[in-house]
Design a protein. Structure first.
Length: 359
């Protein structure tokens, strides 16, 4: 079986950590918790690291087994299929959300008259091609562009320093609003869950674990700094600005002779969106083949494409309506799949005989 290295695992985890956090989420969180949204972000990022530690422990205990095999052995095949079906629905929603946010962003920032159908066609061609090539080529491609993406994010943050106003006002939110904001947007976090679903295709030792942690620490620090800069620059109007990474450098390039430096943010979002969707789509197909063993990855892609195109063309939901709809249901998916399921798996590694002991 073709596996990916520790560094490629770290790159995939880092890219997934950026998902749904650098464009719309800061303004959405500000509506509930104002600048205290930084603390919501910090708490949920710490939860990501807790999930990562559970993943490391599970991987050590079952180095050769897939997540599906572990759940099937411990909870039964029927329970495993139900869980994977819920995961498929959850991943499908996340892909739909990232796609809609990206579409609106690129249409406004790049080409207002761009055809919706052209964007949909290009998206499907690129992401389907990445999935068909397999996980290792996808991981190599992500590894090649990862440091370029990090450099672009750092460049945007450095450029935004010229717009820095003052530190946001913290501790200005009621506890009820604070926890409500964190709960409603839980589904924008927890992407480390995808590593569990790829664990049988990952080669990981203790040195590799430390590398994954280092990569995620860098990405987490960049995201926190982005939020602080965003709330500092826009303060009480933060809820209006829906493209955080681009908006923090708006004044820098418009009132200087530096040209359209927002292209740096646009290119960054483009690569992140394509990689995030491609990785999630690959995991979607992996889950599909586990639920329907006779069917291969091709059938998973066809199923996804038909559902995605059908829902996208029939539905009139934009990304804001999709987000509002998600806040009603997806937080419960997040609690069960992102947090309760890994905690249950943690108990599988305590005591008894597992794969590592048998080997």
């Amino acid at each position: 079986m073709k596996t990916i290295s520790s560094r490629q695992t770290a790159v995939i985890a880092g890219i997934l950590l950026f998902a749904n956090k650098i464009l719309v989420l800061p303004s959405l969180l500000y509506e509930h918790a104002k600048a205290d949204s930084v603390f919501i972000l910090a708490i949920l990022l710490l939860a990501e690291f807790a999930l990562l530690l559970i993943f490391f422990r599970l991987k050590r205990a079952y180095p050769k087994s897939s997540f599906y095999q572990i759940i099937s052995q411990k909870m039964g095949v029927f329970a495993a299929k139900i869980i994977y079906f819920l995961i498929i629905l959850y991943i499908f929603y996340k892909i739909l959300l990232v796609y809609n946010i990206s579409y609106v962003y690129f249409r406004v920032q790049v080409y207002l008259d761009a055809s919706f159908y052209i964007f949909l066609l290009v998206f499907l061609l690129v992401c389907n091609s990445c999935v068909m090539r397999g996980l290792r080529p996808l991981a190599r491609c992500a590894e090649f562009f990862f440091f370029f993406i990090i450099a672009c994010v750092v460049f945007c943050l450095l450029l935004s320093i010229a717009n820095f106003n003052k530190f946001p006002i913290f501790f200005d939110t009621a506890y009820s609003d604070f926890f409500l904001g964190g709960f409603k947007y839980l589904f924008c976090f927890g992407d480390v869950l995808l590593l569990f679903l790829l664990m049988h295709k990952i080669e990981l030792d203790k040195k590799g674990e430390r590398q994954v942690v280092r990569y995620l620490l860098v990405v987490s620090a960049l995201i926190v700094i982005l939020y602080i800069m965003f709330f500092s620059i826009f303060n009480h109007t933060s809820f209006v600005h829906k493209n955080a990474l681009s908006d923090i450098i708006t004044f820098s390039y418009r009132f200087t002779d530096l040209g359209r430096l927002d292209m740096v943010a646009i290119v960054t979002v483009m690569f992140l969106s394509l990689f995030q969707i491609s990785i999630a789509l690959y995991v979607f197909c992996e889950c599909f083949t586990q639920i329907f063993p006779p069917l291969g990855k091709v059938y998973g892609l066809i199923t996804f494409d038909l559902l995605f195109v059908g829902l996208t063309l029939i539905s009139t939901l934009d990304y804001l309506q999709l987000t509002q709809l998600g806040t009603l249901v997806m937080p419960y998916f997040a609690i069960v799949l992102q947090y309760l399921l890994p905690l249950v798996c943690l108990f599988f590694t305590l005591g008894g005989r597992h794969e590592k002991n048998r080997n």
